[in-house]
Design a protein around this ligand. Structure first.
Ligand code: ADP
Ligand code: TPW
Length: 598
């Protein structure tokens, strides 16, 4: 499997001096024969990745990794070349989430590395396995700060932002270096890993057979971790005594790919469940036990909450305060990371292990005669759900002109219902908050969004990764501001002819488009954009299909056409610029607004 340097179009003839070092005579015919037995750093990196079933690189070429991208393509890897490293990095992270294999982002040194670092940090915060591989400059010059081309101490810069960081200095260590990176990214709580590959490494040669032997196939990168039996018994005991139990599914549960076990846990226990945004679709959002439409009620009223791959961070009000009601809750928490337990509030029954194993153990302990939760609890939830859903149904029929968020999302909701296999990417403020609650998901891992940080800029990177790793249609629902962070990748989407339909919620600005410069000066207010911008023309500029939609019907029609054709499409959905609120649903975190509200 190990490739030799002569195989590729970008052949580097190993210098005679190098061959001489390996003990080879310099006579021409012998050299040729011997060259066939050499490999180099470029090929070893590619071979090491391929040996570990990694078949795609997301990146951006330049010194010193341009040849690496060419050679990887020549050696049969898929190389997706982006316009900005941050988007390549977000793509790698999303690929990691979707496949459980670390997504690879490849960048050049210093600025390219830093551009990728945001994505690496975001992957780590979200527990997605990803490896950022960056070329770097001459160690001797960097360490003496003598001013090399794109000089930077990347290894140390990366460390605070990732789970692990490694540097490889010798070709014979590439195999073990990549193996360590893969294991660090995937095992335990997944996360981002940085791998520093100095320019000199790539041209180092070694004997091909020794190179082959130096490669490492990682055995079981994320081994199962069984929960201790007494912890399972404790959790079941607590759950049995619950009068108002609730299961809360987080994106860790989606990542774990224990879909059947999770569904069985919910259905056999009869316990209502709430999905966090990226856990939507683990069970269809239309499931009778979904309590999503009665979210505030169940969070406040539940007495025992089973957390499955969800942290009690800001998204869940840290497990305390008004959101969680007057009565103190008891928590059962399933998580692979032992230090997540008790991070905000005391956890009565921790279950430390992988979600598949923990849920299976609970199911085994529950047996067949499990007592379902009292009807007063499930009935009260159903009542609230029905009321809220019928209230929402009316708003979704809105024919307001210009469109508001509900009217537009009502149309999108229907399209997603018809194509449950499509992957939805979603970012923005109002566009995010409304889409999360309005657009039902029906299958696991079909929703990718701004995640734990609420970061803008994941849009096009996530969309590319979703299309490339699954081959399914992708629908990117984007605020106009959010889209701007990665908008240049429409060219990438056109270049690779990916089945991505981007819908821009164009309300002329960040949050909304109505702000004015309070000084009366000529500069626009900081949150407003050019009015009535034609984002659709950005797509036509690169040969894709661009269209403007001003009504829900037009929007639905354009989306259906896009999905049926598989053509890169951008729909400029014109939204009322007065619609929405500043910061969407997290206005309470906005210092001035929060102060005014008090
Ligand atoms: P959400 O934002 O959806 O609430 P979080 O990102 O806060 O979800 O939480 C995900 C949790 O899932 C993390 O604490 C992580 O350690 C955990 N996790 C990830 N993969 C697994 C797994 N395979 N088994 C158990 N826990 C996991
Ligand atoms: C990397 C701050 C949060 S939401 C948002 C910004 C700039 C854009 C909201 O406007 P948009 O959506 O997209 O038009 P909508 O639906 O309300 O009209 N930089 C980063 N991340 C974040 N979260 C911000 C800035 C922010």
């Amino acid at each position: 499997m190990s490739s030799v340097i002569e195989k590729s179009p970008a052949t580097r003839v190993a210098p005679v001096a190098t061959l001489a070092e390996t003990g080879v005579q310099a006579a021409a015919p012998v050299v040729e024969q011997q060259q066939e037995q050499l490999t180099d750093g470029f090929h070893l990196v590619i071979d090491a990745l391929k040996l570990n079933d990694i078949d795609t690189i997301f990146g951006l070429p330049g010194i010193p990794i341009t040849d690496l991208t060419r050679l990887a393509q020549a050696e049969g890897m898929r190389v997706i070349s982006f316009r900005h490293e941050q988007n390549a990095g977000h793509a790698a992270a999303a690929a990691g989430f979707l496949t459980q294999k670390p997504g690879i982002c490849l960048t050049v040194s210093a600025p390219g590395f830093l551009n990728g670092l945001t994505a690496l940090a975001n992957a780590t915060v979200n527990c997605f396995p990803m490896i950022l591989i960056s070329g770097s400059s001459e160690r001797e010059i960097v360490d003496l700060a003598q001013g090399d081309y794109e000089e930077m101490d990347q290894l140390n810069a990366a460390k605070p932002f990732c789970k692990a960081a490694f540097r490889v200095l010798h070709a014979q260590d590439i195999g073990i270096g990549i193996a360590r990176a893969i294991r660090a990214a995937c095992s335990g709580r997944p996360g981002g890993v940085y791998l520093d590959l100095p320019a000199k490494l790539f041209s180092q040669t070694m004997e091909a057979e020794a190179g082959r032997r130096s490669l490492v196939k990682v055995q079981d990168p994320a081994p199962r971790q069984l929960p201790a039996p007494d912890t399972v018994a404790r959790a079941l005991e607590l759950l049995k005594g619950a009068k108002r139990p609730l299961i809360l599914l987080g994106k860790g549960a989606a990542y774990a790919q224990a879909d059947t076990e999770i569904r069985e846990l919910v259905e056999r226990s009869g316990i209502p469940y709430l999905p966090m945004s990226m856990a939507k679709g683990l069970l269809p959002d239309t499931h009778v036990q979904s309590a999503a439409a009665a979210r505030s009620y169940v969070l406040a009223e539940a007495d025992v909450v089973v957390l499955v791959g969800a942290r009690l961070n800001w998204l869940l009000s840290h497990g305390k305060g008004k959101t969680w009601g007057a009565e103190p809750k008891k928590f059962i928490q399933i998580d692979i990371s032992p230090t997540e337990i008790d991070s905000n509030v005391p956890i009565s029954a921790p279950l430390v292990g992988d979600i598949g194993s923990c849920v299976s153990a609970l199911l085994a302990g529950m047996g067949s005669g499990w007592q379902k939760p009292p009807a007063e609890w499930t009935g009260a939830i159903a009542q609230r759900k029905d009321k809220n859903l019928s209230k929402m149904a009316q708003t979704l029929e809105s024919k307001a002109f210009p469109m508001n968020f509900h009217g537009a999302l009502g149309a999108i909701r229907k399209v997603v219902q018809e194509r449950p296999d499509a992957i939805v990417v979603n970012e923005g403020a109002n566009t995010l908050d409304f889409a999360r609650s309005i657009v039902d998901m029906y299958e696991p891992r079909k929703r990718l969004d701004v995640g734990t940080w609420g970061v803008m800029g994941i849009g096009m990177g996530f969309a590319v990764a979703a299309a490339v790793t699954t081959g399914k249609p992708v629908i990117a629902i984007e605020g106009d501001s959010a889209f701007g962070f990665s908008g240049m990748e429409v060219e990438t989407i056109c270049r690779y002819q990916l089945p991505v339909c981007i819908v821009i919620f164009n309300n002329n600005g960040v949050y909304k488009g109505t702000d004015v410069n309070q000084t009366g000066g000529a500069d626009p207010a900081p949150t407003v954009f050019v009015k009535d911008a034609r984002y659709d023309l950005m797509m036509t500029a690169f040969g894709g299909h661009g269209v403007t939609a001003t009504t829900p019907d037009e929007l639905g029609r354009a989306m259906r056409e896009a999905i049926a054709s598989g053509r890169p499409t951008l729909i400029n959905a014109v939204i009322d610029e007065t619609a929405g609120t500043e910061s969407g649903r997290i206005t309470n975190l906005n210092p001035t607004r929060a102060a005014t509200k008090k």
